[in-house]
Design a protein around this ligand. Structure first.
Ligand code: KIV
Ligand code: ZN
Length: 497
């Protein structure tokens, strides 16, 4: 059997069904192009009959993407299929994804018909889709809870009708991995014409088993997996693309491969998270903030001796510069010394012991110790006069007003002024600051927190900026969050050597 696992990405269809995560067409094109660069084989671009916006997105994605097959979803309904075919007219390679429910729940309580009628409708819809496109994928909705014997009959019929791919969704995320794997094996062993098609998995994560189920499907003969970036999707989400790509890459024993350029995983994860305003949970496998962060002393020591002691994936493989050693009250001398060395300090054992003592005292008070704290502990930096200081700030913003900010920045004793517009007052002020400094900096992280409750709160701002591959942290607190943001930005920039 072919060792290639085809990656069918449904971030823009099943993923985009998440309430509050809707993208406009321009944003969808940006994601589709990033998916193409990532190396996915198929992009499910939308459900054209569902809305004019979805229709337009399928049309525009078809025009702007070259290599992946563009797929459009339909129900087993003639009108859906006609509209999907029309939306796909510009796609260089196109697929219609049609289907119907096959579980007793769906047959009796949703479609309210008979099992025989379902087979007829399934096969008619595939035949109808074949009039428009060669490549037709059939989905047996709620296959996870469908009877295997009956499912085999449906699948045999749709293959006879011309389906090229058969999708076996665990729509409700109910199956156990063994059960889902056995379902795929049952179809392989009992559907006489199954060798004419590719079997696809489509697993939901309601019980946290989507990735395990998908892998069991592949082990049992599926060669297409339906996935989303960051595992986004209805309810608890779909199988996550990055998890499948990295399982296949890490487990050589599976003898499988994908065409995913894994080094682009982190950037597309950030893109999707930002555009959909859907934060990635910190402990999410592969792309979470903590996925390559070590905080306990024992682990830090182990990783510093040899990365493989506690890491099975080199973060560089997924596009993350390096694993991070987070300095906390649980860190040991090895981790502290490692950070000191990265900052250019070469200290002897007694000096490290001394600093370690003050480090622990500070770490008891402060959750996360940054480079600036370390420099202060070594005595290299005093809290004295700063080389950059916000002298004054004036912003104008509001509804139907173009945000504009004027910043006065004291640079080595002299005040320089710049004015800029932006997409909001903070963006305008940051752009003005950037005009006043000679360095190129990228904002990596920006966190605003209220210290207490109420509108008269102090706002705390933490910022990370990147300059020539190094990260610099800035902090400020102020009742005016715009001032706090600009001060934190300047604080971070002023640490660049
Ligand atoms: O979960 C599901 O069953 C689906 C189908 C429409 C493929 O998303
Ligand atoms: Zn789904």
């Amino acid at each position: 059997m072919d060792d290639k696992v085809i990656i069918f990405d449904t971030t823009l269809r099943d993923g985009e069904q998440v309430p509050g995560c809707q993208l406009n067409t321009v944003e969808k094109i940006e994601v589709a192009q990033a998916l193409e660069n990532l190396g996915v084989d198929i992009i499910e671009a939308g459900f054209p009959i569902s809305s004019p916006g979805d229709f337009k997105s399928v049309v525009e994605i078809s025009k702007s993407v070259t290599n992946p097959i563009i797929c459009a979803l339909t129900r087993a309904v003639k009108k859906d299929i006609e509209v999907a075919a029309e939306a796909l007219q510009y796609a260089k390679r196109k697929r219609i994804h049609t289907g119907i429910g096959t579980s007793p729940f769906h047959i009796e309580h949703k479609i309210r018909t008979t099992p025989e009628e379902i087979i007829r409708r399934a096969s008619d819809s595939v035949k109808y889709a074949k009039k428009f496109v060669e490549d037709v994928e059939f989905y047996a909705e709620d296959a996870g809870r469908s009877d295997n014997e009956y499912l085999a009959k449906v699948i045999e019929a749709v293959i006879k009708a011309g389906a090229t791919v058969v999708n076996i969704p665990d729509t409700t995320g109910y199956c156990l991995p063994e059960e889902y794997g056995a379902k795929i094996k049952f179809l392989k062993d009992n559907v006489p014409n199954i060798d004419k098609v590719i079997i696809s998995t489509h697993c939901h994560n309601d019980l946290g088993m989507a990735t395990a189920n998908t892998i069991m499907g592949v082990i049992n003969g599926a060669r297409q997996v339906e996935v989303t970036v960051n595992g986004i999707g209805e309810r608890a989400g779909n199988t996550s693309l990055e998890e499948i790509a990295m399982i296949i890459k890490s487990h050589h024993d599976l003898n499988l491969r994908t065409d995913i350029n894994t080094k682009m995983i982190y950037s597309i994860s950030r893109l999707v998270s930002t555009l959909m305003s859907m934060p990635v949970q910190a402990n999410k496998a592969i792309v979470g903030k903590n996925a390559f962060a070590h905080s306990s002393g024992i682990h830090q020591d182990g990783v510093l001796k040899k990365r493989d002691n506690y890491e099975i994936i080199d973060p560089v493989e997924v596009g993350i510069r390096e694993s991070s050693i987070i300095l906390t009250a649980r860190s040991g001398r090895a981790a502290l010394n490692h950070r000191l060395e990265l900052l250019g300090f070469k200290l002897n054992k007694e000096e490290i012991d001394d600093i370690y003592h003050s480090f622990l005292q500070l770490a008891d008070k402060k959750k996360d110790i940054n480079d600036e704290d370390i420099r202060i502990l070594t005595g290299e930096v005093s809290h004295g006069e700063k080389k950059l200081k916000l002298e004054h700030l004036q912003v104008a913003c509001g509804k139907s007003v173009m945000p504009v900010a004027t910043v006065g920045l004291r640079v080595n004793g002299e005040v320089h002024v710049a004015t800029s517009t932006g997409n909001g007052p903070i963006d305008a002020a940051f752009t003005a600051v950037k005009q006043l400094i000679s360095k190129t900096v990228h904002l990596e992280e920006f966190l605003i927190q209220a210290i207490t409750k109420g509108s008269d709160d102090l706002g705390k701002v933490h910022i990370q900026v990147e300059h020539q591959g190094n990260i610099y942290y800035g902090f400020s607190a102020n009742t005016d969050i715009i001032t706090a943001s600009v001060e934190a930005f300047i604080d971070a920039i002023s640490k660049i050597k």
